[in-house]
Design a protein around this ligand. Structure first.
Ligand SMILES: NC(=O)c1ccc[n+]([C@@H]2O[C@H](COP(=O)([O-])OP(=O)(O)OC[C@H]3O[C@@H](n4cnc5c(N)ncnc54)[C@H](O)[C@@H]3O)[C@@H](O)[C@H]2O)c1
Length: 253
């Protein structure tokens, strides 16, 4: 299993930090050519350097993946540089400001839906023809506890992550006989910079404590990466359309 991704090409969105970084490093250590897509050049290039220093293979595409031209660029570059796309980890995401439907602004609604849901859709639409041409592929989407219930975030984030689960299940069924598997993880609390990067910093302390009460132990990013990479691997060859909570039992409450 050590080099089970040898020669495979994996796009990891949000690969410059947090869960995406952990996925990129793990995939590269198991032999994949990794294509990191991220908004931030400095962190994306730092992960490329980290992978190369460990003997792995990676490139970075810097840009906003909710922009169709950036999506086209990352897929074209993956094909030109490494010959195709075998794995897509749709992981980049942003938090909202925990606002409810009566208070959420147009800006937050549109930005959160665009980054968290439209970007994974655009990437899926762009990579699937390459996977169909090869007769195989694995897509893993990072949903959230907020994709399973209404109590983990604000309305925009919750709706976006419910949408990610819909995208996952729809694609899993549509491509099930074509060699492409599509699964998702639903993380609970993970120690990353997601909350620091939260859209406005308007999240009140009372909301934070209500949210953290159910989280339990906060996971490290590599505890998510191990499950995401498992779902992308041949070890999960009959797992398709699964939404896997990685949340220390939060979903069991
Ligand atoms: N951290 C948690 O507690 C938690 C819980 C549930 C779900 N998630 C989900 O996990 C995923 C990864 O988040 P994280 O916790 O690692 O956060 P993070 O902020 O540490 O990393 C997210 C990465 O995505 C990049 N990114 C954001 N918007 C982008 C865009 N438009 N285009 C390209 N890159 C973009 C950021 O630059 C960053 O490098 C997200 O989808 C998030 O919703 C996180």
């Amino acid at each position: 299993m050590d080099r089970d991704f040898d020669g495979k090409v994996a796009i990891v969105t949000g690969g410059g930090a947090g869960i995406g970084r952990a996925c990129a490093v793990l995939l590269a250590s198991r032999g994949a050519h990794v294509v990191i897509g991220d908004l931030h050049q400095e962190t994306a290039l730092a992960v490329v350097a980290e992978i190369e220093a460990a003997g792995g293979s990676a490139i970075a595409v810097v840009g906003d993946l909710s922009d169709p031209s950036v999506v086209e660029r990352i897929v074209t570059l993956s094909v030109q540089t490494f010959g195709g796309v075998d794995v897509l980890i749709n992981n980049a995401g942003i938090m909202d400001d925990m606002s409810g439907p009566h208070e959420v602004s147009d800006v937050i609604w549109e930005r959160v839906l665009r980054v968290n849901l439209t970007a994974p859709f655009l990437l899926t639409r762009a990579v699937v023809p390459h996977m169909l041409a090869r007769g195989h592929g694995a897509i893993v989407n990072t949903a959230s506890e907020a994709g399973l219930r209404g109590s983990a975030a604000g309305t925009a984030y919750t709706v976006s992550k419910h949408g990610v689960i819909g995208l996952t299940e729809s694609a899993a069924v549509i491509y099930r006989d074509k060699g492409i598997r599509v699964n998702a993880v639903a993380p609970g609390g993970v120690a990353t910079s997601l909350e620091v990067n939260m859209m406005p910093d308007a999240m009140g302390l009372s909301v934070i404590s209500g949210y953290t009460a159910n989280v339990g132990r906060v996971a490290q990013a590599n505890e998510l990466a191990s499950v995401i990479v498992f779902l992308a691997s041949d070890a999960a060859s009959n797992v398709n359309g699964a939404i896997v909570p990685v949340d220390n039992g939060w979903c069991a409450i």
